[in-house]
Design a protein around this ligand. Sequence first.
Ligand code: FAD
Length: 664
Amino acid sequence: AKELPESQCDVLIVGAGPAGMMLTTWMARCGINARIVDKRSMKIFNGQADGLQSRSLEIFDSFGFADRAWKEANHMLETSGQNPGDDGTLRRSDRVPDAIVGLSRFTQIVLHQGRIERFFLDNIKKHSKDSLRVERAVVPEYLSVSEELCDDHSPKSYPLKVQLRHLTEEEATPAQSDGQTIQDGLFRSNLAEDDTDDLIAHSRANAGSMEVVRAKYMVGCDGAHSWTRRQLGFKLEGEPTDFIWGVLPDIIPITDFPDIRERCAIHSASSGSLMVIPRENKLVRLYIQLTEVKPDASGRADRSQITPDIIIKAAQKILAPYKLSYKYCDWWTAYQIGQRVGTNFDYRNRVFLAGDAVHTHSPKAGQGMNVSMQDAYNLGWKLALVVKGVAQPSILKTYQSERRRIAQDLINFDHKFSRLFSGHPAKDVLDESGVSMTEFKDAFVKGNMFASGLSVDYGSSTLVAKGGDAAEQGDGTDVSSSMTQIVGKQELATNVKLGMRFPSYKVLNQSDARPWHFQEWFKSDGRFRLVVFAGNVLSIAQKERLDAFCENFTASTFLAPHIHKDIGLLTCHSAKRIETELLRDFPEVLHPFDDKTGWDYNSVFVDDLSYHEGHGEAYKKYGVDKECGCVVITRPDQYVGFIGKLDGEGVKAVETYFQGIFVS
Ligand code: FAD
């Protein structure tokens, strides 16, 4: 047989949905030799997921493109409920803020997935200098893992061999439903049969071209039907339920319904329920439960029964007596809820699964794209640092231990939310089959924290120096052997929670008085951050502590090669800004000097009154002592890994933390 062309790459990514894009963004940002392939010939242009939670926007901002999403999207600020009154007619029962006030500098926004994928592509292009592109119409058809090489972490070890098949344009273009002029997303919905095997078979019959890639790591971001997951023999656990959701996304509605421009949950007395999601450009997405379409014996709904006409009729019944029609429909699809979580998120820390490939659930709570991107956000920097030889491969274990628990939380949340949303409203307290509207509202308000993405709290590991729930790793795996020896001093920064993302408050730049949200400086560039809460640097005793810390920090033979390169420094002090001088009061390591560009003026900040925006009260809100301060270490994904004392002795613990992570 003819030899196939063969090449090597460090990370091979399968699937260019939100998870694959996020992972590729990390690869581009960290300069990793990666490839990304997708079986489709084109990216999606409209429809699909649309809700972006606060945490996803914080992440986008750390890569430098949240502003694009923020500007184009519809901002969803209010949520209301419409339920049957005593006479059975709909009336507004509640109006609440859509997001918890003060939790993040971003609120929830809505913009379709096609635009979000565009922002990723532009960012990947910029940071990889156009060397990393999505290779479309390419599918893997064969994966073999060399078991012996899996534990060999030398730079020449490539344990994975993947055969890729290049499809023709025609093979890679998904067919739309017969006779439809409006784009539908059924080919990507979980009601559609997976076509991967057919694509491969078709291409084989036509003698399509192939190549072999040898890779160090591979990540299956190939969605709910994941080919990668199938090769590994991993299963998703859970039950598909029989709620069929007709989603008639993206119409411009013509209606007298008053709450059409806010998120609104509507429970009709007997015609089912509906969720309004107001979108950009006057579009509105309606999530409608289709009670007419029942699944067949295999548990799958007959797709041919679902049409825009059926969906709009269902919506009209739920909204009656209000009127609803439309002239323009942008996209539509149908979706069946199946709540499942993968048993394994990785194979020997060489092949990983992310996004819908390891968890599926209803689209209604607006979580899928967010959690999928955040899986990849968690994994990307770890892979990058390991590939670069900076971090020990053992940190990769924390991907499963951290993300599987989140996936389980997501399924629990979705389970509860779907049940409450899909049920009919209880007529009274004795109506046990119905859903109590008070319970629905409570779940909604509590769920807001989860839905913002800000409740994520990673357990103890080498990366998170917190004691306590160390054994609870979500998957039962004992990671205690890799557990860090130190425990961070939570009491020194009571509101900067170990394991959670570093919160953001306003601080001023010491050099030019400009107010910033502190988090804006925690860029996703693959570096940890040592945050020096320098305290009152004008007190002699505190200045001595700061100097001793900085002196020992720079003198540490273990840490020195990593300073600025793998550990960025950010300082926030609490003395009066106008009485403090950057060059006089702060050791050089906190604002390093560069031969070509001089001092770094963007690394020392102060908690002080601004000229135009009031006082951020950052120390108070972070729960840090204004006199003595402390040090906080955040990981490259902004989650808090360690909190310790700011003094000469404190460097020892910082060193121990990094000794558990860095190679040398
Ligand atoms: P996907 O987006 O499924 O991407 C997988 C990619 O892999 C695709 O590009 C596919 O072509 C490619 N691929 C698959 N198999 C192969 C293969 N064998 N070889 C090569 N490439 C392959 N989520 C939200 O957060 N908010 C919402 O409001 C929301 N609404 C939704 C509405 C609908 C109608 C649907 C269907 C989903 C919705 N979701 C929502 C869910 C969200 O779309 C998914 O959770 C998200 O897209 C998952 O991202 P992913 O990257 O893991 O997988």
